[in-house]
Design a protein. Structure first.
Length: 434
């Protein structure tokens, strides 16, 4: 029995080692090869463009930024041509720009990051809950740590459909994505952990309107977009034949519906690669000596937004309105935001504050391509695995863990059975058949 116990202990230790080995491989990119030689910007541009050619089924605009300057651009389309000024609906990527709008009101003293949001609400209030609603603050809404459990995700309203008011959407969104609860409410203790909440940004949309006294899009254009030179960007659907809006495609290359949204702050930004490049450049010192923030935000505010405010499984993953994708090997993070929506919108923007390098990729017709190429860029730049790459690989990793664990357990049982069989054979009287 003692030897069987030792076998079981070996199995337990082997399982622990296997889990650690597989997770370390996932987090450190073991076995992964960068798509281009390190520091070879032209090779990365070529490899990424080739991936777009091979996998895009719609429109794509790709900009590579090197040291704060545009190194190269690539455009691809199956319908009307697109260029650096073509407006794409960028889904959740717009949350990053919304966060700038919130922080302008923080800097002007109209919003306290750590005050209960109830202080700013007159048109709608959070429903009663079993948790402390007064723990819902603007800081926690920005970092998805407010305990909201709406799970939103907005699918949008089809052309001709009645669009909800902002207050109605907060109470229960009629356009909630499949699987989302859709009601903005406190379902977990605020501040205790990270729970992604699109509804939290819809609540921030209301707070911006309440504190500024202006419609959300009007304030964002006046206070953020126009001062940064993002003159064509808007949170409302552009109209007119000269709007230059990218056509929408599904993953098979078919024309897709152009949806509209009540939740503008969370998912309705229309912007271009050129405007997003200006936005990334606004995080850096200008060539003429202008400070990061370009007078819209202070440099110390930008630094605070990039500071970790939320973690999951021990990894720091979120700031104030920005995703912390991976360490940049200079004491900070590669930061930015992605967007994804049905049927096949995928957008990504990332940059390294230490070097001014960045990437912008906007596309329709493939639900993962922009995120995948942006993840390739992070690994190529830093040798570190992008947060969303880890998330995307997790189902495959679980399968590998399960198969390996099963083999270890089976091997342990076989070893124990063989040991018991051998011991039983030794105990038999001489001449007795087994």
């Amino acid at each position: 029995m003692r030897r069987v116990g030792l076998i079981m202990l070996s199995v337990a230790l082997s399982l622990a080692a296997w889990v650690g080995l597989v997770l370390a491989g996932l987090l450190n990119g073991w076995g992964r090869t960068a798509i281009a030689p390190q520091d070879d910007v032209r090779a990365f541009m070529s490899a990424a463009s080739g991936k777009i050619v091979a996998e895009s089924r719609g429109n794509a605009v790709f900009t590579l930024i090197d040291g704060g300057r545009v190194h190269g651009e690539y455009f691809s389309s199956v319908g009307r041509p697109v260029d650096q000024d073509t407006l794409f609906q960028v889904a959740s990527l717009g949350k990053w720009i919304t966060a700038w709008g919130v922080m302008t009101l923080v800097e002007s003293g109209r919003i306290d990051l750590d005050a209960p949001v109830s202080r700013y609400l007159t048109r709608w209030t959070l429903p009663p809950s079993a948790f402390n609603n007064e723990g819902v603050t603007v800081r926690r809404l920005l970092s998805h740590t407010a305990g909201l459990t709406d799970g939103l995700g907005y699918a949008g309203f089809a052309p001709g459909a009645e669009i909800q008011t902002l207050e109605q959407s907060l109470t229960r969104a009629d356009d909630a994505s499949p699987g989302a609860r859709g009601a903005v409410q406190v379902g977990a203790e605020p501040g205790r952990g990270w729970i992604y909440s699109g509804g939290g940004y819809t609540l921030l949309q209301l707070i911006i309107e309440e504190t500024s006294g202006e419609p959300f899009n009007a304030y964002m254009r006046r206070a953020v977009l126009q001062p940064l030179g993002m003159a064509r960007s808007t949170f409302e659907r552009p109209e007119g034949e000269d709007a230059n809006v990218a056509e929408f495609f599904d993953e098979h290359g078919g024309q897709a519906t152009h949806y509209q949204f009540t939740a503008k702050a969370a998912t309705s930004l229309y912007t271009s690669a050129a405007d997003l490049t200006r936005f990334i450049q606004a995080h850096l010192a200008g060539p003429d000596g202008t400070l990061p923030g370009r007078g819209v935000l202070r440099p110390e505010t930008l630094a605070d937004m990039r500071r970790p405010h939320a973690a999951q499984y021990g990894a720091e993953i979120w700031g104030l309105g920005v995703i912390l994708y991976a360490p940049n090997n200079a004491g900070g993070f590669i930061v930015g935001h992605d967007g994804s929506n049905a049927p096949a919108i995928n957008t990504a923007a990332r940059f390294d504050p230490a070097t001014g390098d960045g990437i912008v990729l906007l596309e329709t017709g493939n639900s993962l391509l922009a995120t995948q190429i942006a993840g390739d860029w992070v690994f190529w730049r830093t040798g570190n695995v992008d947060l969303l790459d880890v998330t995307a690989q997790f189902p495959r990793t679980l399968l590998i863990l399960a198969v390996g664990a099963l083999l270890i357990v089976v091997a342990g049982f076989v070893a124990a059975w063989l040991l018991r069989r051998r011991d039983a054979g030794r105990a038999m009287p001489v001449g007795e058949a087994p």
